[in-house]
Ligand binder design. Structure first.
Ligand code: 1GP
Length: 252
């Protein structure tokens, strides 16, 4: 089964899909692999790997090691065309549609596409939208773009519909890693009601209850990185997965 179909199945069966984001620039390799190895047992549906600004030169090595330590689909969430590795299963083929910077709208993608083909990675096209989060996150600074204001759900909805009409498979509503405020539930609700493709959201989701709220608001997938990498707690990772899986299995 293709990775994207597996993610859709997680949403359908469990109510929402929970993705663990591992940033090769944050934490030691030991800490990253500690989370990766336990992720499947804790209920994680997919592991994302990527960063907005990479200092670590060992990207391929980290992706390979994570893949060797987990049976979950490993999906690259690239900050640029330098983060394409043959060791992953799929890649979020994002275009930063909320911005007007040609580098992140199309240039990085043109540089990366031939490598994705050569490596046989499954591209999962996604309209990537930055939502104002209360601070200048790395992705905001590096992309040199304006985020969509938190109270402008209509603007967010128009961007998301554009992604759908372009044939993208989902939209990713991003507050930025370590954001002060996650994407507002109300905006997720308005956008997910307005479009027919799934909504993924991440950035500043620091408590399991927040993950549950995002799914109940209409998101299909929730991404958590910072909080789990900071505390390296397997029990918290399980709590996040359980909270995201809003469709509880009732056993007789
Ligand atoms: C960042 O959406 C992800 O691209 C996750 O954000 O690290 O704040 O969980 P956090």
């Amino acid at each position: 089964m293709q990775v994207f179909d597996q993610l859709l199945k997680a949403k359908k069966d469990k109510g929402g899909g929970f993705f663990l984001l591992l940033d090769p620039d944050r934490g030691t390799e030991k800490d990253i692999l500690h989370l990766a190895e336990a992720a499947e047992d804790c209920g994680v549906d997919s592991i994302l790997i990527g960063t907005s600004f990479m200092l670590n030169t060992n990207f391929h090595h980290v992706v390979k090691a994570v893949k060797e330590h987990s049976n979950l689909p490993v999906v690259i969430f690239p900050g640029g065309h330098g983060q394409i590795s043959p060791h992953a299963d799929a890649i979020l083929f994002t275009s930063l549609i909320s911005g007007r910077n040609p580098s992140y709208l199309i240039e990085e993608q043109v540089k990366g596409a031939p490598l994705i083909k050569r490596f046989g990675l499954e591209p999962i096209s996604a309209g990537y939208m930055l939502i104002e989060s209360g601070r200048t996150t790395s992705v905001l600074y590096i992309s040199n773009t304006q985020p969509i204001p938190r109270d402008k759900s209509d603007i967010a909805a128009a961007h998301a519909l554009t992604a759908q009409y372009f044939g993208m498979k989902m939209v990713y509503m991003e507050a930025g890693s370590g954001a002060d405020g996650s994407v507002p539930d109300e905006m997720i609700n308005i956008v997910s009601e307005y479009i027919d493709i799934p909504v993924c959201t991440g950035g500043g989701i620091n408590e399991p209850i927040d993950a549950e709220r995002k799914i109940l608001a209409g998101a299909s997938f929730v991404v958590v990185g910072n909080r789990l990498e900071e505390c390296n707690s397997l029990s918290l990772m399980r709590e996040f997965a359980d909270a995201t899986h809003t469709k509880k299995v009732v056993t007789a």
